[in-house]
Structures are given as C-alpha cells and as structure tokens.
Design a protein around this ligand. Structure first.
Ligand code: GLP
Length: 252
C-alpha cells in the first residue's frame, strides 16, 4: 500500500509545477542524470523551471546547466526532431532552445531509426552507460500508462518498441489535428524495468480527469492493467498532485 507520507497535494497545477521545478533544480545542482517526460502535465513544470533559471545570474545558470544529462521516456516511431509533433521537438521547444542546450544533451529514442527495436536496445545501452537515471519525472496516462508502457504491462518490461493503444492515440490526438488515426501506431519507450530502476521517481498528476486512475495507481494492489501501479514498489517514490487529481484518494 502506498505510504501517504510520500504524497504531496497542492492546490493547483501551478503550485505542483513549482514543487517539481525545485526538485529538478536540486537534481541539476547535484549533476544527476534526469529522466524527463513529455505531455501537457509537464508544460507548467518546464515553464516553472525556465522561470527559476532565468532569475539566476548567468554564471549561476551556466553552472547549474553545465554537465546536463537527460534521457526522455519515449518517442513516436516515424517522427524526428524536425517534426513539430515529435517529443524531440517538444523538448527542444520547452527546454533546449530556451536554455540554449545543445540538442544532443536532450537524449530521446530516435523515432526515425530504420530499425526501432534495435534503436530501443541502443537507447537502453546509452542509459546504462550513463549509470541509469537518478531522478525520473513521470506523468500518468489516462489508461494508467507511464512512458508508453501500455496495459497490460509487467513490472519488468524492458525498453522496447510497441504498438500504442487506441485509448492513448485518442488521448494524444490533439497534437495531431484532433485525429486519432494521424497519431503514429508505434512508439519506443523506456520500460517499467528502467523506470523502476531509477534512484528516485517523481510522479506528477493534475486535473480531475486523472482522479480515478490516480486512485487505482496508488490505492489498489499493483497489477499489469495499471502499469503505473508498479510504482508503489519503488522505495523512493514521491507523488505530487493537485487537489482535483487527489479527489478520489482515500486520505486520512
Ligand atoms: C503521454 C506520454 C506520457 C505522459 C502521458 C500523460 O502519452 N507518453 O509520458 O506522461 O501520456 O500525458 P498528459 O500529461 O498530456 O496527460
């Protein structure tokens, strides 16, 4: 059962973003390997991080950003950084360009690789060579996925190429002109294995639409049908949510 001491409920998404941005700044100060996520939940988080960095002197900012190492969770098969709908483009727009990070520092699976399975192996090996992830940032899919680990998913699934569910393609259709059929069929994602191997995990969830899946994630026994529920087993999990997302949790 998930320990309540590891749950932080904030009034709104802006307050959630402020908490998460502080975690990211501390991790940068410690020169940790960051595991980064995409999705709408992360937009205010990255905005809060940018704001805090911009308030520093340029010497302070450069010293924090020096040695940046990050690995994103996932990428659509077929989309490269030049495609504005790719996660590579999202990261470049959210952090790469504003923070003047060289594109190679923001690592993601290469969606344009000729052999996506081979690319998943290469990406997992690059992450292992960097020593794994110190702080893994995670959003929560409406169907309980983390990264693109679609249900059903065991706790030890490796980095791989997989077929996206209809639910996920519906959820992400907005970025593809509202047409689920335009969302790529496949993606490369870090597995639950790499995610659970991170030293610390920060699950970030906002909005009333996620209230029921957050309850199943944290307060029902872990199961393959809710891949995020395996996070309950992580010894260093912290969950930061807003009041709307926390609405269905049994809190004492
Ligand atoms: C996407 C991503 C996940 C993300 C989740 C939630 O499909 N693959 O990494 O956390 O779904 O997205 P959002 O924050 O837009 O609700």
């Amino acid at each position: 059962m998930f320990l309540q001491g590891r749950l932080r409920v904030e009034p709104n998404p802006a307050a959630v973003a402020a908490v998460v941005a502080e975690h990211l700044l501390s991790a940068l100060a410690r020169k940790e390997v960051l595991g980064l996520a995409t999705g709408r939940t992360m937009e205010p988080v990255y905005a809060a991080l940018r704001e805090r960095l911009q308030r520093l002197t340029s010497a302070q900012r450069l010293s924090l950003l020096e040695g940046w190492r990050s690995f994103n969770l996932d990428e659509y098969v077929g989309l490269g950084p030049a495609d504005s709908r790719s996660f590579a483009a999202f990261m470049q727009q959210q952090l790469g360009d504003p923070l003047a990070l060289a594109p190679a520092l923001l690592q993601l699976p290469d969606g344009r690789a000729a052999d996506p399975e081979l690319e998943a192996h290469r990406y997992a090996a690059a992450l292992a060579a960097a020593g794994g992830i110190d702080l893994q940032l995670l959003g929560l899919g409406a169907n309980g996925h983390v990264g693109f680990n679609e249900p059903p998913c065991p706790a030890d699934a490796p980095c791989r190429c997989l077929t996206l569910s209809r639910a996920t393609r519906d959820q992400n259709a907005a970025a593809f002109g509202g047409d689920p059929a335009a969302v790529p069929q496949r993606a490369i994602t870090l597995g639950t294995a790499e995610i659970l191997a991170a030293r610390r995990v920060l699950l970030v969830v906002t909005g009333a639409a996620k209230a029921q899946i957050l309850r199943r994630t944290l307060q029902e026994p872990p199961c393959p049908e809710v891949p995020a529920s395996w996070l309950q087993r992580h010894p260093q999990l912290e969950v930061v949510v807003d009041q709307a997302a926390a609405a269905a949790l049994a809190l004492r």
